[in-house]
Design a protein around this ligand. Structure first.
Ligand SMILES: *Cc1c(COP(=O)(O)O)cnc(C)c1O
Length: 401
């Protein structure tokens, strides 16, 4: 019998009841704008900032309208402007080069390895070209952050971490987002906490963070923030920093606060699903799993594998075969951008370099979300379907081994 999967790859879990109750409360009192507070009231947005700073160990936190806004504001707060170059890994999502373009800067793409992380040798060769690296922990894979920070510190390059897929992850015990100068997170529906749209920015750098708060659209109400620098820091930057209107509102903050509390349990549940998938895909001919180093504690909210050096029509055959059995795969090797998936050579508002190693990896890269609405049995079923569809098309040299 041919098995089929009938679940949805885009169905999230509901908002926790506590978040629904808190959101109803905000709607009942009507003070949705973060600076609209009753006497003595601390806004939900300010509380969210305090709680996320505590969770990550950062001195300062700013809640924002999106992860993309967090990245653009981080770049601008660190002084990146028109004509500047910003290093970034070539395997990422469109909002990353988008944030660089938003401040008038230009991305310098760094190659990606077969482990789906930034190629540190290529980075070392390109470090002299920029003062900032916007490092995207794409699909939750962390590179050797100790080596990366040694390289960047040695060259005076400031690191901004894009933690859209690594909220709750760590390298060598240091939370993702706490290695570089600033860390950016997303609360968009498909990330680790869900308010539809939303972002968080953390840092220990008082002056950059004061600029970020004003850039976010605080007007002169920055003292109403939950985990912000002292007033005198704002005094130094307030006349020189524009307002980019990227605030979060109390409704979204109310939805997020209980989700932050539940994050550690959710990470355990994601990783159980990830490991079920990984076990089901181990040893499939022609399929390469992505190694997970011992120093990395990851959040398995999606899984990737490589059909390395397969002919494109064979990869497309696997995608079609899986789709016919209810399993949705995203392919980074397609010539045209599709859905959420695009690649560096589709971002033609910026120079498109030649990156042969990245091209080879992306040509064989398949990606799948693992929403928490999947059961462990669902994961085992999906893995069986994938294994059959891949094995049936594996190039002969693998079959002969
Ligand atoms: C989603 C995402 C972002 C941006 O988040 P938004 O909140 O949607 O703006 C940034 N980087 C990566 C890798 C993402 O997946």
């Amino acid at each position: 019998m041919t098995e089929r999967f009938t679940g949805s790859f885009t169905q999230q879990e509901p908002i926790p009841e506590e978040g629904i109750a808190a959101a109803l409360e905000v709607m009942r009192h009507g003070r949705l704008h973060r600076y609209n507070t009753a006497p003595g009231e601390v806004a939900e947005a300010a509380r969210l900032e305090e709680e996320f700073a505590a969770l990550t160990g950062a001195k300062y936190c700013l809640a924002l309208a999106s992860g993309g806004a967090a990245m653009a504001i981080a770049l601008r707060a660190l002084g990146v402007g028109p004509g500047d170059k910003v290093l970034t890994n070539a395997f990422t999502l469109a909002p990353v080069p988008g944030a660089i373009a938003a401040v008038g800067a230009e991305p310098v793409y760094v190659e990606v390895t077969e482990a789906l992380v930034i190629d540190l040798d290529d980075l070392a060769a390109k470090l002299a070209q920029a003062q900032v690296l916007l490092l995207s922990h794409m699909r939750g894979h962390l590179c050797d952050m100790d080596r990366l920070m040694r390289l960047c510190d040695g060259a005076g390059v400031t690191v901004i971490e894009d933690c859209a897929h690594t909220m709750g992850a760590a390298w060598n015990g240091v939370p993702s987002g706490r290695h570089g100068g600033m860390g950016c997170y997303s609360a968009q529906t498909y990330k680790h906490i869900n308010s539809g749209e939303g972002g968080l920015l953390i840092s220990d750098d008082a002056e950059a963070m004061a600029r970020a708060v004003i850039l976010s659209g605080s007007y002169m109400l920055y003292e109403r923030h939950g985990a912000a620098p002292a007033r005198e820091v704002f005094e130094r930057v307030k006349y020189l920093t524009p307002n980019m209107s990227s605030r979060v509102d109390n409704l979204r903050a109310a939805l997020l606060r209980p989700q932050l509390k539940a994050l550690p349990e959710q990470v355990v549940r994601w990783n159980a699903r990830y490991r079920a998938m990984e076990a089901g895909l181990a040893g499939v001919p022609g399929l390469t799993l992505i190694p997970r180093p011992g120093q990395e504690s990851y959040v398995g909210s999606s899984i990737q594998f490589l059909l390395l050096d397969w002919p494109p029509d064979a990869v497309q055959g696997v995608i079609a075969g899986c789709a016919g059995r209810g399993v949705e795969l995203k392919w980074f090797g397609g010539a045209e951008p599709h859905g959420f998936t695009s690649r560096y050579d589709s971002w033609r508002y910026a120079p498109v370099p030649s990156l042969p190693r990245t091209d080879r990896v992306l040509a064989g890269l398949l990606d799948m979300r693992l929403p928490l609405t999947f059961s462990l049995d669902d994961c085992a079923l999906i893995a069986r379907i994938l294994a059959e569809e891949v094995a049936a098309r594996a190039p002969a040299r693998d079959a002969a081994e």
